[in-house]
Design a protein around this ligand. Structure first.
Ligand code: TTP
Ligand code: MG
Length: 349
């Protein structure tokens, strides 16, 4: 039997901010735009305290401010959330290499091959994420992606929900159709026009009524989704990955000293990224583009795969020394490839 686990972080952007600003714990916190509710912009997310006032993702900041004037408004710091996201994905990949990365704060894992009971796996995942990031998440376990995704949403925040096919009538059918994975505002509106507001009502519509209204593909998928049927596979990334950083200079650069300083920064950033993703790289490549757009690369392959800034920088220096600097440079880049995962679940300090 298939067994899919879905993880979704709780109030993700807000939770990351609360890690940095623990004095805000318990207060309504709203993340969006530049963090100034007088300016244009929408709510990216709100802490659960702020949600009690009716604040939600996608709402104009101005409205959120009217609903909850005492809230703390913070700007979006996407880079910071991405860093935490990469650490979470690395933790998940330790449990099962078959992972579908669905978005900044969610992923599917295929846990069918694992021997431990599913709830035990879920508890361990929640505990690891909490220990390593301080954040809470909600986990859903089900026979397919559709039900796992919907299950993780049923007991938010800090939820753990196991859903079987036979639970669909009791737990899924009472929900509004908008909660069905794949139903967006347009489909919701058209369903409402047909008199369908809950998933259960959708499940009562015969297949031909749905295909007449939505066409064969979409109609059939709604018919199946309402019954909790989904056999879509996990979409994993198999293509060889690399980690890279590059800069295009505002003004073309001639001085070797300046280029070396930038090279050092890029190498450090690449190594940092490797460690966040728990990857080791075997090959380091440096790319250099001259002012006339001529572009050259040099690569070195290391004896031992690494995630250490010093080793990445040394390799990058060896590449760099092979370039001629007879023309000004407009772009410099460092790439790490030949990636390996960093051991099988053994923790690093
Ligand atoms: P969600 O998982 O939808 O929301 P959430 O994690 O904030 O809250 P919860 O899962 O507990 O209900 O989205 C993840 C992040 O994506 C969210 O923290 C901010 C961002 N996001 C937006 O920027 N705009 C949006 O419209 C939505 C829905 C999310
Ligand atoms: Mg979330």
């Amino acid at each position: 039997m298939r067994r899919i686990l879905h993880v979704d972080m709780d109030a993700f952007f807000a939770a990351v901010e609360l890690q940095r600003l623990p004095e805000l714990a318990g207060r309504p916190v709203i993340i969006g735009g530049s963090g100034d509710p007088r300016q244009r912009g929408v709510v990216s997310t709100a802490s659960y305290e702020a949600r009690r006032f009716g604040v939600h993702s996608g709402m104009p900041l101005r409205i959120a401010w009217q609903l909850c004037p005492q809230a703390v408004f913070l700007p979006v710091d996407y880079e910071a959330y991405e860093r935490v996201s990469r650490r979470i994905k690395a933790i998940l990949r330790r449990f099962s290499p078959v992972m579908e990365d669905l978005g900044i704060d969610e992923a599917f894992l295929d846990i069918a091959p694992l021997v431990a009971p599913p709830e035990e796996i879920a508890r361990q995942i929640k505990a690891r994420i909490r220990a390593e990031t301080g954040l809470s998440c909600s986990v859903g376990i089900a026979p397919n992606k559709l039900l796992a995704k919907m299950a993780s949403d049923l007991e938010k925040p800090d939820g753990l929900t196991v859903l079987a096919e036979e639970d669909v009538p009791a737990r899924i059918w009472p929900l509004p159709v908008r909660k069905l994975w794949g139903v967006g505002p347009k489909t919701e509106e058209r369903l409402r026009a047909m008199g369908v507001t809950t998933i259960g009502e959708l499940a009562r519509r015969p297949l031909d009524r749905l295909t007449d209204a939505f066409g064969p593909a979409h109609g059939t998928s709604l018919f199946r989704a309402a019954r909790g049927i989904d056999d879509s596979p996990l979409v994993t990334r198999w293509e060889p990955k690399s980690v890279s950083r590059e800069v295009t200079f505002q003004k073309d650069v001639a001085q070797r000293r300046v280029l070396l300083a930038v090279l050092g920064r890029l190498a450090r950033e690449v190594a940092e990224r490797l460690r966040e993703e728990e990857l080791l790289a075997r090959t380091v490549t440096v790319k250099l583009r001259y002012l006339d757009f001529e572009t050259h690369t040099h690569a070195v392959t290391l004896e031992k795969a690494t995630d250490q800034p010093k080793a990445v920088l040394e390799a990058a220096r060896r590449c760099f020394d092979r370039f001629s600097l007879n023309k000004k440079v407009r772009l410099l880049g460092v790439r790490a490839s030949g990636l390996e995962t960093d051991g099988e679940g053994d923790e690093q300090s």
